[in-house]
Write a protein that binds this ligand. Sequence first.
Ligand code: UDP
Ligand code: MG
Length: 352
Amino acid sequence: MKGGMTPPLRLMSIAYCPLSPVYCPLSIIVPLFNERESLPELIGQLYAAMQEDELRKLFVEPFSFEIILVDDGSTDDSCALIGSMIPERPELRLISFQRNFGKTEALSAGFMAATGDYVCTIDADLQDDPFAIKEMIKKVQEGYDLVSGWKKKRKDPLSKTIPSKLFNGVTRLFTGITLHDFNCGLKVYRKEVTRRLELHGDMHRYIPVLARWMGFRIAELPVEHRARKFGVTKYGSSRFFSGLFDFLSVLFITRYLRRPMHFFGMAGLISFLSGFIISLYITLDKILLNQPVSNRPILFLGILLIILGVQLFSTGLLGEMLSTSSAKGSSFAVRETLNLTLSQAKKFGSAD
Ligand code: UDP
Ligand code: MG
């Protein structure tokens, strides 16, 4: 603040703004995309779950919570509906995206805004049980950093449960993490975890992998799962491919992000050396035994492997340069925010 003067406060699109910093032990983040029909019931259930003594006694008084609804570019009137609920329910906060950026970005925005010591994520479609939150918090208090729900009896069609089993099996196999269900929408984190997670693509599916890789302690708790009552699933068949590519990037990130040269360098070295040996063999053959060179397919293999080796090597070098100088940041764009605290609003550029 220049000259010790308090600048006039300018708030954009903020209907209601609790200006005093609130101590808020629990932040609940709800990513939502066209979930209008589910919202009233969801908010009602979340508030009911927050009133339970069993939950409240897990916190030192005064207990408070906030529900950060991240509207991921809904085209129904989810936003207007949330806006109309805020006067009666001041714990609701809304961050609304310009367009649909995907659940991962919605979670990132929620994590950015969350002020609670505990951060909970829950899907908006009523498939997760808000009354399970207290059990998950208890588990975190046993000494875990992230407790992930396990949809033991999944109420989804076979077209979802079979790929999901496959996804969980492959992820378990490659990461050695023994969770049954990596992609449950219901999770409770200590805030340190959410501060450290950097998510992009569709990486919300691999949050436990990334958290474990950072050294956080993770656990799993069976939770009730319900069938989708309203609306439709937002994930069609395209998730097979995006899931596969994200899996590869997660493998890469958790193993080689800080040392891409170990990955590309080794592949490059093997390729280059094989090419070199083949070319040397052909050259010696020509010089010593006077064998013709140009009509031998292996010559092309040798050349190809040498070029490939050099390429892989340079990719590794570029990767090293990028990993040391890359700028961090999310890619979502915010259209409007409602009822954020001043410090939250500052993070999203809706107050200055
Ligand atoms: N979601 C979102 N952005 C998207 C897709 C989904 O915020 O682009 C939200 C969605 O509204 C829901 C949660 O993410 O609250 C899980 O989505 P969905 O229920 O469609 O996934 P499924 O349970 O079928 O895997
Ligand atoms: Mg769902």
